[in-house]
Design a protein around this ligand. Structure first.
Ligand SMILES: *[C@@H]1O[C@H](CO)[C@@H](O)[C@H](O)[C@H]1NC(C)=O
Ligand SMILES: *[C@@H]1O[C@H](CO)[C@@H](O)[C@H](O)[C@H]1NC(C)=O
Length: 315
């Protein structure tokens, strides 16, 4: 009886430590961007490989490359066919890749592996053109992958989720996943090395998307730096925004799931024609400055252009 009691006690103590360990998983604290401070131009009015509006964009921070997603020309809105264009940091065209049946492109991630860039995108587009799972594969310019290509590693971080998209925080190397469950969208954060191994057992954060009272309900992108995620909403101005700029960014602390700043109106690129907010991304410069980039589509139908701005002030 006595030895059994000791065993029971031992298990109970182990259980306490185990639960302390699992609840202590969290995203290390960082400072937050000040969304009320101005944005600066990286470039305006650059051509992508195809002519549709840009969607998300991402930096391979290790190899200092930039990639922009858009729906492939001539494909339908619900096809999930994407074009990924590589640009240099002046917005000059470098290369492209076609992805057939992947998703909408609202957000994707890039991971430097040696001198190669691996893309993390949604894949297996559902009937609405949004990806059910995530895919990881090497960027090879001039090639086309289909949703069933053998060079893709498919991942499903949350088994019950019906949609997954992602973004990569290149500073601490986190994979940020936005997924849909019954009852709404959620966001989870994983160590990128674990995620690369297909290990999603230990999220650093996992919370329900906060309900935010934004001027526009159109979700246009997200990016995280450390503890905070930034959410972009808005419509094309003046075309679909009743003549008023309605692009906003909201900051959320991922350890608490609570809004910490915003929604804050951004007037970056306010003079662009057909100014549609499209995508957020984080980049750390060679000098070590971390920037929150904001993307906008502009220009005429049939000749849409890419525009990137950034914020670099912290609270
Ligand atoms: C989200 O998941 C719920 C439950 O599976 C489903 O009813 C709903 O259609 C999904 N929404 C989207 C946009 O996939
Ligand atoms: C998955 O990742 C967690 C957290 O890093 C780690 O503790 C665990 O050992 C990993 N599991 C496997 C099977 O590698």
């Amino acid at each position: 009886m006595i030895s059994l009691n000791w065993k029971t006690l031992g298990l109970a103590v182990f259980g306490v430590f185990a639960s302390i360990h699992s609840t202590s998983a969290e995203v290390a604290s960082t400072k937050a961007f000040d969304l009320s401070k101005p944005s600066y131009d990286l470039f305006r009015s650059k051509k992508l490989h195809d002519a549709t509006v840009q969607q998300g964009f991402a930096f391979d921070n290790d190899n200092r490359r930039l990639f922009v997603a858009q729906r492939r020309d001539t494909s339908s809105e619900t096809s999930g066919d994407l074009c990924i264009t590589q640009l240099d940091f002046d917005g000059n065209y470098v290369g492209y890749m076609y992805l057939t049946g992947f998703g909408h492109g609202v957000s994707f991630g890039t991971q430097g592996v040696g001198s190669s860039t691996y893309l993390w995108t949604e894949v297996e587009a559902n009937g609405n053109g949004y990806g059910k799972k995530l895919a990881r594969f090497k960027f090879v310019s001039g090639t086309t992958l289909t949703s069933s290509s053998s060079s893709i590693k498919k991942l499903k971080p949350v088994s019950d989720a019906t949609e997954h998209t992602c973004s990569i925080d290149p500073v601490p190397n986190h994979l940020i996943v936005r997924y849909n469950l019954s009852g709404g969208k959620h966001i989870a954060v994983y160590d990128l090395d674990d995620a690369t191994d297909g290990n999603f057992t230990n999220p650093l954060a996992d919370f329900k998307h906060p309900s935010v009272s934004t001027k526009s309900s159109t979700f246009q992108g997200y990016a995280a730096f450390g503890e905070y995620i930034y959410l972009l909403t808005g419509n094309s101005y003046p075309d679909s925004s009743e003549g008023k700029i309605n692009s906003e960014i909201t900051a959320v602390n991922m350890n608490t799931g609570a809004v910490t700043q915003g929604p804050t109106l951004t007037k970056a690129g306010s003079t662009l024609s057909f100014r549609e907010p499209e995508g957020l991304a984080i980049y750390r410069t060679v000098a070590g400055e971390v920037r929150l980039f904001l993307g906008f589509a502009s220009g005429e139908a049939g000749d849409r252009r890419s525009n990137l701005f950034y914020k670099n002030a912290f609270l």
